[in-house]
Design a protein around this ligand. Sequence first.
Ligand SMILES: NC(=O)c1ccc[n+]([C@@H]2O[C@H](COP(=O)([O-])OP(=O)(O)OC[C@H]3O[C@@H](n4cnc5c(N)ncnc54)[C@H](OP(=O)(O)O)[C@@H]3O)[C@@H](O)[C@H]2O)c1
Length: 260
Amino acid sequence: MELPRFSLAGKVALITGGSRGIGEATAVLFAQAGADVAVTSRKLPDLERVADLVRAEGRRAIAIEAHAGRMDGLQGIVDRTVEELGGLDVLVNNAGTSNYAPSMEMEERAWDAVMNLDLKGLFFLSQAAGRHMRDHGGGTIVNISSVDGVRPARTTPHYSIAKAGLIMATKCQAVEWAEHNIRVNCIAPGSIETRLYNANFALLPEEDRAAAKDASSRRVPQSRIGDPHEIADAALYFASDASSYVTGQTLVVDGGRLLV
Ligand SMILES: NC(=O)c1ccc[n+]([C@@H]2O[C@H](COP(=O)([O-])OP(=O)(O)OC[C@H]3O[C@@H](n4cnc5c(N)ncnc54)[C@H](OP(=O)(O)O)[C@@H]3O)[C@@H](O)[C@H]2O)c1
């Protein structure tokens, strides 16, 4: 069955944090939808593995090693994508990090590491991509926030603040860039089975981790942790024409967790 409104045929997508987890699932799904894909993160071998998965879907792929929290490298990510894949139509701002730092113990270093990657880098990568899209007929940007950007997380305030800022950055850029045919939307995932999610349990003794994870999934009305492909599906909606009259929005994908 062909669903042309969900197609990315002929498009070029750039996915940050594309080496595993949600970024990997999004890269593969976008390739299945017809896009050529650039993936970026800090480790080339991991990126090459995902690039091979994209190529196995019959699409072109490039792997770009870069730190998405360092402003001086961001323009280069966009430039390489455009030079090697011939354009840039879709940006998925997915790279993100967090670290345990309750407000009473927060150090500036921890604050900066999270803010630079999860908010500042993302804003300026969108700017670099947005300038290209403006000059080439438009595009779509999908930001990956978190339910923690809607409801405060207890021991990671910098992460919550950055993710909340991202929801507002989505709205600001959506309003400013609509005239350039650029739509900007956001996804707020709940608990998704990835390395980042499992890091939440890393401070616990090993024998307690499975029980803590189980308790966490029982707090979700759907009684389970999500899979990365369930975020990728939402990203495809926002990236494609299926959402052509939607901009500035945040879609919560959390199995109902924020409702209770
Ligand atoms: N999993 C969840 O439960 C959940 C919930 C809500 C929101 N999210 C959000 O979803 C996004 C993806 O996370 P995930 O769960 O898929 O985590 P993940 O599996 O740990 O993947 C994170 C990705 O980001 C990359 N990355 C990390 N630091 C980077 C940096 N400084 N520069 C460039 N790339 C960097 C990682 O590659 P390298 O480390 O090799 O650079 C990796 O590709 C994040 O924004 C996260 O906040 C996740």
